[in-house]
Each structure stands twice: as structure tokens, then as C-alpha cells.
Design a protein around this ligand. Structure first.
Ligand SMILES: N[C@@H](CCC(=O)N[C@@H](CS)C(=O)NCC(=O)O)C(=O)O
Length: 262
């Protein structure tokens, strides 16, 4: 099928939308990106699509919403290079990793993001550097940042980004990243040819890496290498945000060398 017109609905800094961008670019499919402001995006999306979230695409007038539906659609539209392996067993493993990346892992960076951005409003503009004009309501990004208070408060409420949840989310990050590192060492993701799970999971790690203090704790993991490789262009840079004791569980246990006994 030849695509003549593809429109991607996104939010600046949205990780599943970034996953779709990277998949489109990997396949060499040309597209136009429409960036919407967060929260407000729900109403705009609901007018055009069945659901209220990004990412969504319109391909020659057809609507597809959700990063996992879109990855499948892209493989039908343009089979090469494939986003899913041909071998049924390998495909099942990639599909399961992609599902985990979407349904479980994706929310972790989202929850901590809003909490941090409320405290580092000045850094919000770094996510807009890569946005289309729609993300700014036609106003300079410094005005979008200055008027972001209500959006941030609403996003915090919608994502339950309370102190308690954010602390628990940071504690859950280490085990989740261990899971990503396992998927890489098992060869499900991290191969030479990236698949749909690489893009889905890599985008969440790319968002985590925008938080300087989180990045410092995870940068030596294979998971971080995946994000550096697939998302070198990911926007956003947020200064230290989280209390050090909340980040402490992210410290990796160095495997102590076996003690000589006897
Ligand atoms: N799990 C969905 C993503 C759904 C989602 O929560 N998207 C966010 C952006 S990362 C959104 O639309 N947020 C708008 C809002 O919560 O107001 C997918 O992978 O397609």
C-alpha cells in the first residue's frame, strides 16, 4: 500500500508518540505531526477519535489510535523493515514485551514526570523545543510555560502523581529496568534490527533519561543504551528533582566478588 498522507497526533515529550515517530522514521514513512498541549489534548482527540489519548494517526483518512495498534498498522502498510519477527515464537515474545512496555512500564515515567515538572516549571520549555506550532497555541514557549500551572495541576491529578505514588514508582523503577535488561540479554529486544517492543520500551527509557537525577542512576544499564541508540533526538532536560532518599532504591547492587572461604 502506498501512503500518500499520514498525520500523527502527539504531545511534546509524549513517549508513546515518540515511539510511533521512531517507527515511522525507521520505515521511512513521511508524516506530518500535530502537537497538542497535554490535558487539553483529551478534548481535541475525543472530537476526532474514539479515545482521548495520543498517539493516533490518520492514514489516507483512516484513523488508528494507540501505539500498539499503530505498530501493527505500520507493518501492514509497509512491511519492510518489519516491526515484528516472522518466526511465530519470536513474534510472541516481542508482542508480550511490547504489551508489558505499554500496559505496565509506560506509566512509570509518566507518573514521575508531572511531579517533577511541577517543581521545575522552568525546564518545561525544553520539551517544546521539538514541538510543532500547535503545541504553543501560536504563542512563544515562555508564555506557554508561564501559563502551564492549571495544566500541570490537572495532569498531576489525572496521573495520581502524589508524593506517595511517585516515591513508590521510583522504587518500582529498578525492578522494571531489570526486566528491560533481561529482555535485552535474552535477545527479545536490543538486536541490530529494532522491533516494535524496542521502540515501545526504548521511548519510556528515553523519557526517564530526561530527568537528570534519574539518568545518573540508570545510565550504565543496557536499557539506557537502548534509549540512547533509538532516541538520540528525544526532547527535554529536567534538572535534579527528586529527594535523594526516593532515588536510593535505584542504586544498583554491585555483585560482590565471591569470597574465598576456607
Ligand atoms: N498507552 C497508550 C498511551 C495513552 C496515553 O496515556 N497517552 C498520553 C500521552 S503519553 C496522553 O494522551 N495524555 C494526555 C492526558 O493525559 O491528558 C499508547 O501507548 O498508545
Amino acid at each position: 500500500m502506498t501512503v500518500t498522507d499520514l498525520k500523527l497526533y502527539s504531545i511534546p515529550g509524549s513517549h508513546p508518540a515518540a515511539a510511533v515517530r521512531a517507527m515511522l522514521e525507521h520505515k521511512g514513512i513521511a508524516y506530518r505531526r500535530i502537537d497538542l498541549p497535554p490535558v487539553v489534548s483529551r478534548a481535541v482527540m475525543r472530537l476526532r477519535f474514539p479515545g482521548n489519548r495520543v498517539p493516533a494517526v490518520v492514514v489516507d483518512g483512516r484513523k488508528v489510535q494507540g501505539s500498539r495498534s499503530i505498530s501493527r498498522e505500520l507493518d501492514v502498510m509497509q512491511p519492510e523493515p518489519p516491526l515484528f519477527p516472522a518466526d511465530p515464537q519470536q513474534r510472541a515474545a516481542v508482542e508480550e514485551a511490547e504489551r508489558w512496555g505499554d500496559e505496565e512500564f509506560q506509566q512509570l515515567p509518566r507518573t514521575i514526570s508531572w511531579w517533577a515538572l511541577k517543581r521545575r516549571k522552568g525546564d518545561l520549555g525544553t520539551f517544546l523545543e521539538d514541538a510543532g506550532p500547535g503545541a504553543r497555541f501560536g504563542m512563544p514557549s515562555r508564555i506557554a510555560v508561564a501559563t502551564s500551572g492549571p495544566i500541570l495541576r490537572m495532569a498531576i491529578r489525572l496521573n495520581d502523581s502524589t508524593d506517595e505514588t511517585v516515591r513508590a514508582t521510583l522504587a518500582a523503577l529498578g525492578p522494571a529496568l531489570d526486566q528491560v535488561d533481561r529482555l535485552i540479554s535474552d535477545g527479545v529486544i536490543g538486536g541490530e534490527q529494532p522491533n516494535a517492543a524496542d521502540f515501545q520500551i526504548g521511548a519510556s527509557i528515553a523519557l526517564l533519561r530526561t530527568f537528570e537525577d534519574v539518568r545518573a542512576m540508570i545510565e550504565d544499564r543496557p536499557a539506557a543504551g537502548l534509549a540512547r541508540r533509538l532516541f538520540p533526538w528525544y526532547p527535554g532536560r529536567v534538572g535534579p528533582s527528586f529527594p535523594p532518599e526516593w532515588l536510593a532504591p535505584l542504586a544498583r547492587q554491585e555483585s560482590a566478588p565471591a569470597r574465598q572461604t576456607g
